[in-house]
Design a protein. Structure first.
Length: 147
C-alpha cells in the first residue's frame, strides 16, 4: 500500500482564484506559506519559509473562494500532485507540483474558534475563561463506543 497525504497549516499568500471547469465544476487555486524554526550549527535561532501551490475542487473550492483571503491562516489536508504541459511558444515541457486539498479548516484568527469545511465536522466552541468544562455524569461504558 502506498500513501500520498499532506497536512499544512499556514497563511494564504494571495487571494484564492476561482475558475469554472468545462464540466461545470469549480476549481480554486491559491498560495500558502508555512514556516519552520530551527537552530543552526552555531545555536542561533533561524526561520525558513516554504511556499506551496494549493488547488481545491467542487464545494470545497466554493467555500475557500468565498471566505478565505490573503494573509488568513488555513489548515489543508490533501495530496501531492505533479502536472506537466508543453509550452507552445518554446516547446519546453513544464512541471508544477501542487497540493490538491481534500478538506480544510479555517485557521483560528484573533481568538475566534476554528471553523471547518470540506467534509470535516463542526467543532464545539471552546469554553470561555470563567466557564468550566462540563463532563457527563454517567460513566462511559467501552462497549457503547461504536468503533
Amino acid at each position: 500500500m502506498y500513501l500520498n497525504k499532506v497536512f499544512l497549516y499556514g497563511n494564504l499568500t494571495r487571494d484564492p482564484e476561482l475558475k469554472a471547469l468545462p464540466s461545470g465544476s469549480n476549481v480554486v487555486s491559491f498560495g500558502l506559506a508555512t514556516n519552520r524554526t530551527y537552530k543552526d550549527k552555531n545555536g542561533a535561532k533561524q526561520e525558513a519559509t516554504e511556499f506551496h501551490n494549493i488547488v481545491a475542487f467542487g464545494r470545497t473550492a466554493d467555500v475557500i473562494a468565498q471566505y478565505c483571503k490573503k494573509g488568513r491562516p488555513i489548515f489543508i489536508e490533501g495530496r501531492l500532485q505533479t502536472r506537466s504541459w508543453d509550452d507552445k511558444e518554446t516547446g519546453k515541457k513544464n512541471y508544477r507540483t501542487e497540493i490538491v486539498a481534500d478538506t480544510f479548516q479555517f485557521g483560528a484568527d484573533g481568538g475566534k474558534g476554528a471553523s471547518t469545511a470540506g467534509g470535516a465536522h463542526e467543532d464545539q466552541p471552546a469554553p470561555s475563561e470563567g466557564e468550566a468544562i462540563k463532563y457527563p455524569d454517567e460513566e462511559i461504558n467501552p462497549e457503547d463506543i461504536p468503533f
